[in-house]
Design a protein around this ligand. Structure first.
Ligand code: G3P
Ligand code: MG
Length: 245
């Protein structure tokens, strides 16, 4: 079972920052998940929300800022353990840290009603610009239109389905949508990650990764029932790690 660091080692460092990714690497992570947005001037950046309210305390939207403007905000401002200045990194800077040690990378593209026009072409070009990157990449999105555009642009790109407010009842239509777009993975919320659902998804032919798993007992249960990967803010959830220095 893959232990996928979720937004970096985000339990210990401000999520989706260079510090968080560097720490995940230091902790021995090989599998990574992070969220991708696009600035007003077309730069791919890594952050979870569409705006900076929760992380920086300012309700400004990434889509409305140039990268030079965005970079001025401290997205560690509300992180309890460490408020030292951290900016929203460019995707390229995140790659400089995690690409080499990575075995598997999940680019979760945040796009709502195409608020980031052209993000699909831009990301595909980025993935092709570095040797070996495309092959170890899985692109996911809660926005189904985005997944469809990725598929139209590339028959080869590995896609993962994500569904908002999914329930056991809504699983069958979701599996149909995932199939229609040619997804290979199905990323499932912990809330509904029961054996019954897992078997249904597996039977439909998908690999299953579960988010967000921060308790060891959940991680062990999911491993036991045959989940392929867990997204966790604690890359050390199942192993030992001691902070050096
Ligand atoms: O990609 C898995 C998980 O990160 C999806 O939810 O809201 O944490 O991006 P969210
Ligand atoms: Mg995510």
């Amino acid at each position: 079972m893959r232990i996928i660091s979720h937004r970096g080692a985000s339990a210990y460092a401000p999520e989706n920052t260079l510090k968080s990714f560097a720490l995940a690497v230091e902790m021995g992570s090989h599998d990574f998940e992070f969220d991708v947005h696009q600035t007003k001037d077309g730069i791919l950046v890594v952050h979870h929300d569409f705006d900076l309210k929760r992380t920086a305390g300012h309700a400004v939207r990434i889509a409305d800022l140039t990268y030079a403007e965005l970079k001025k905000y401290n997205v560690a401002a509300t992180f309890r353990r460490d408020k030292g200045f951290q900016y929203v990194p460019r995707l390229e800077e995140v790659m400089d840290i995690i690409e080499k040690p990575s075995h598997w990378l999940n680019f979760e593209v945040k796009n709502d009603h195409n608020v980031y026009p052209g993000i699909e072409e831009k990301l595909l070009a980025f993935l092709r610009s570095k040797r070996g990157l495309f092959e170890k990449t899985v692109v996911s999105s809660f926005d189904h239109g985005t997944l469809k555009r990725f598929r139209e642009l590339s028959p080869e790109i590995k896609l993962a389905y994500l569904g908002h407010n999914l329930s056991t009842v809504l699983l069958l239509p979701a599996l149909k949508k995932a199939k229609a777009v040619g997804a290979v993975n199905f990323h499932l919320a912990l809330r509904i990650a029961f054996k019954f659902n897992l078997l249904k998804i597996k039977k439909a032919g998908f690999r299953v990764c579960v988010y967000t798993v921060n308790e060891k007992k959940d991680a062990l249960r999911l491993k036991e029932i045959g989940v392929d990967g867990i997204f966790t803010n604690h890359p050390d959830i199942l192993g030992k790690w001691t902070l050096k220095g």
